[in-house]
Design a protein around this ligand. Structure first.
Ligand SMILES: Cc1cc2nc3c(=O)[nH]c(=O)nc-3n(C[C@H](O)[C@H](O)[C@H](O)COP(=O)(O)OP(=O)(O)OC[C@H]3O[C@@H](n4cnc5c(N)ncnc54)[C@H](O)[C@@H]3O)c2cc1C
Length: 354
């Protein structure tokens, strides 16, 4: 059977009021967003998750640019949602947010998503971040200390003390939880640029902990090397890669015609409390199949970069055409990206969290 092209609109788009824009450092702001009672259920989130934000394009409101920003707030502590954005030199959206956004403005966003989330708040964690990479880690710190029983070692690297986002908040939390939180600030201008040789001995005693790592590319590569040298298994290492989206999840998308054939796989998908049994053509990404059937699957980038459409393979095999975000630990937990997954086995069972 040959299908027709279909058009899908993202059903997870909402508009929130900006309550406050807080200057954290000379080049980073936190944006506090109000969630009205009617939308509270759409904005429940887990520590480490992000919002996808719509920023007006260079031509004004008619075009848009989409970027992901992690929540620095904690669902266990903070009443409002807070994202923290650091200027990227020459970057479009980060500078637009820092320069233009004011209290009283409205931001169009997608509901929270992402898989950079601790498996449990009752385990000890090693958190390693640099610059704005501390944003999701702040949410994890607060959530673990308040909502769980785990202890945290947080290694936070910056060029200088002026660049440390959340310095005062971290000091405050440290005073409250001196036995469960250890923060080590590494400052390049004081300590020299961090090297794997310097770092590895410090990490050896954390071999059994889950590690959450977020920072610029070069920093993450260096830390991964140090973690390997310190004997931390890669299955314990979770990373969040900060990259800009090329696509626009706020615009309607056209799904190419889907041609069903007897050779299709069968997929059972648990989504939003209902299980759907569908025919899955071998070369069609799962997300396209779901959207073409009018199902409310979450997504953002549709290019394998952000994990908004991550779901769990409960049985059967799939392959991802592209994956720039899930790491070994995620794959070991059975995660896949609906926007990139095509079937390998004849029968597949998939579950979405939401
Ligand atoms: C899951 C996730 C969570 C994130 N969380 C955060 C967060 O909490 N805080 C945060 O600050 N960021 C976060 N990011 C990163 C954020 O989404 C943006 O990537 C970042 O703000 C840069 O966007 P920009 O529009 O300012 O820069 P862009 O305009 O995308 O530019 C990025 C870089 O590319 C260069 N560039 C742009 N266009 C070109 C070109 N044509 N040729 C060559 N170079 C070019 C720019 O000079 C700049 O150096 C996150 C990303 C992801 C995927």
């Amino acid at each position: 059977m040959t299908g027709l092209a279909s058009v899908a609109a993202n059903t997870h788009v909402q508009t929130l009021e900006v309550l406050e824009v807080i200057a954290e450092t000379a080049d980073a702001v936190s944006v506090v967003l109000a969630v009205p009672d009617s939308l509270v259920h759409k904005f429940r989130y887990l520590p480490g998750q992000f919002l996808t934000v719509r920023v007006p394009g260079p031509d004004g409101e008619m075009s848009s640019v989409a970027r992901c920003y992690s929540l620095s707030s904690s669902p266990h502590l903070d009443d409002q949602l807070v994202i923290t954005v650091k200027r990227v030199p020459g970057g479009y959206a980060s500078n637009w947010i820092c320069d233009h956004l004011r209290a009283g403005d409205h931001l169009t966003v997608l509901s929270p998503s992402g898989k950079f989330v601790p498996r449990s708040l009752h385990q000890d964690l090693l958190l390693i971040g640099a610059g704005s990479g501390a944003t999701p880690l702040m949410s994890i710190v607060k959530s673990t200390l308040i909502g769980g029983s785990g202890a945290i070692y947080f290694l936070y690297a910056n060029r200088s003390s002026d660049d440390v986002i959340f310095a005062a908040e971290l000091d405050e939390i440290n005073t409250e939880f001196p036995d469960r939180l250890t923060v080590h600030h590494h400052l390049d201008d004081r300590d020299g640029v961090m090297t794997p040789e310097q770092l590895a001995p410090r990490l050896r005693s954390y071999g059994r902990c889950d590690v959450y790592l977020c920072g610029p590319d070069g920093f993450m590569t260096m830390v991964r090397g140090a973690l390997a040298e310190a004997g931390v298994p890669s299955a314990h290492i979770h990373t969040e890669i900060f990259q800009s989206l090329a696509g626009d999840p706020f615009a309607d998308i056209v799904i190419p015609p889907i041609t069903e054939s007897p050779d299709d796989a069968t997929v059972r998908v648990a989504l939003g409390g209902t299980t759907h049994t569908l025919s899955w053509p071998r070369e069609t990404p799962l997300l396209d199949v779901l959207l073409s059937k009018g199902l409310d699957a979450p997504y953002s980038c549709r290019e394998g970069a952000c994990s908004a459409c991550a779901c769990t393979v409960r049985s059967g095999d799939v392959r991802m055409r592209r994956n720039d975000t899930l790491v070994d630990a995620d794959l070991a937990a059975g995660l896949t990206l609906a926007c990139q997954a095509v079937p390998v086995s004849d029968d597949v069972e998939i579950e979405f969290d939401q």
